[in-house]
Design a binder for this molecule. Structure first.
Ligand SMILES: [Zn+2]
Length: 199
């Protein structure tokens, strides 16, 4: 496929994904339709992997009962990340463990809550753009043009149980690849269901 054609297709698909999220949250599909799309095969004959599947089940079907399984799996994935990056040997990590914390478990819990409970950005109302009077639209700085409100460092620090300075100095940098991984699962999930729901 020519690169420009591939890019055009990708752009069309991502904008369709955004529209499907809005449609799901406004109740355009029944639970049966959503469940069928999540559990079905895509056009390549593949099913969703466990993490993106469970994330979709919890986020789009509000199936709270699946949350603990999702949390267990995501903690395992974070543990893989910790091993790859040798975080356990870092002083900050080791001290937290010494105080009885389970950073992998807690960080994965916060990231799941962040992704599943994400709310529309109040500044741009989810449009990713703000429209200053008399000038061209600019990307929303509040949500960094994602359209969803991200919790502040203060909120994340409080959820994790450390002060904001410690979050900014150390834990925030650990959190970033973890929330990116969880958002990646959400993308895979949407990429999958959009074929069924977005027709
Ligand atoms: Zn915004």
């Amino acid at each position: 496929m020519r690169p420009e054609l591939a890019l055009a297709k990708l752009t069309a698909k991502t904008s369709r994904m955004r529209a499907v999220v809005t449609e799901i949250s406004s109740g355009a599909y029944s639970a049966t339709e959503i469940a069928g799309a999540l559990a079905g095969f895509n056009s390549d004959g593949e099913k969703l992997e466990k993490e993106p599947y469970l994330l979709g089940v919890v986020k789009f079907l509000q199936a709270q009962a699946s949350f603990s399984e999702l949390h267990t799996l995501s903690t395992l994935r974070v543990t893989d990340l910790v091993r790859e990056r040798c975080w356990r040997h870092e002083r900050g990590w080791a001290q937290a463990v010494g105080r009885g914390m389970e950073p992998s478990r807690q960080l994965s819990l916060i990231a799941l809550g962040d992704c599943i409970g994400s709310q529309k950005c109040e500044v741009c109302e989810g449009r990713k753009w703000v429209f200053p009077e008399g000038s061209a639209p600019v990307e929303c700085k509040n949500c960094l043009a994602t359209g969803v409100a991200s919790p502040s460092g203060r909120t994340l620090a409080a959820q994790f149980g450390v002060d904001e300075a410690a979050w900014r100095r150390y834990w925030g940098r650990k959190y970033r690849p973890i929330i990116a991984m969880v958002h990646g699962w959400e993308m895979l999930c949407l990429w999958h269901v959009v074929e069924k729901l977005g027709e």
